[in-house]
Design a protein. Structure first.
Length: 192
């Protein structure tokens, strides 16, 4: 009986610690000079970015103009029924905002964070750009995105958007991070 209570206590402590890490990362902007800015995908609607994707893209423009990196990678494939990819929508949006074509790389195959970051690592490696990146995503997603980036060989820093982060989002992310650290983020993709 006491061993079950001890295991339960350890599990609760692990989840609480993980929640703290996710919450803390959601409030931290770790922007710095890097090899590339990576904008993680989010929904798009018939070629127009959703408010979440637009906030990420606008933040990437700000970072680019501040000289954080000379290259911006926009990531994201398409969901069932989509006519275009999140990456292509991001590319078009950033071009319209004045980011030059030679500063952009596009990842269009990823349907989740792991796939997007794995493909981004390959894109950066093939272009001989280095692996230090500033990830642009929502605050609640910052810790898991950085963990996945590290798992696929990137050296991540995160500069989250200033969009609101709900308690529910933090709880879900803490659960995903807790599970991902135990079974691996690549394996977690097939579970959720």
């Amino acid at each position: 009986m006491w061993s079950a209570v001890a295991v339960l206590g350890l599990a609760v402590a692990y989840l609480a610690f993980t929640f703290f890490q996710v919450w803390s990362a959601s409030r931290s902007d770790d922007r710095r000079r890097a090899d590339a800015i990576v904008v993680l995908g989010a929904a798009q609607y018939n070629g127009r970015p959703s408010p979440v994707l637009q906030a990420r893209l606008d933040h990437a423009v700000e970072l680019y103009k501040q000289g954080v990196a000379k290259t911006v990678v926009v990531a994201g494939g398409k969901q069932a029924g989509d006519r275009t990819t999140e990456g292509k929508v991001g590319y078009d949006y950033l071009r319209a905002k004045g980011v030059p074509d030679n500063a952009l790389k596009v990842e269009v195959g990823g349907t989740d964070t792991y796939e997007e970051l794995s493909a981004t690592a390959l894109i950066l490696d093939n272009a001989k750009l280095g692996n230090e990146v500033v990830l642009v995503t929502d605050g609640y997603h910052a810790y898991r995105a950085a963990s996945i980036a590290g798992e696929v060989g990137l050296a991540p820093h995160v500069s989250p958007t200033d969009t609101d982060t709900s308690f529910g989002s933090l709880v879900r992310e803490a659960g995903a991070v807790a599970a991902g650290r135990i079974i691996g983020f690549r394996r977690l993709r097939s579970v959720v």
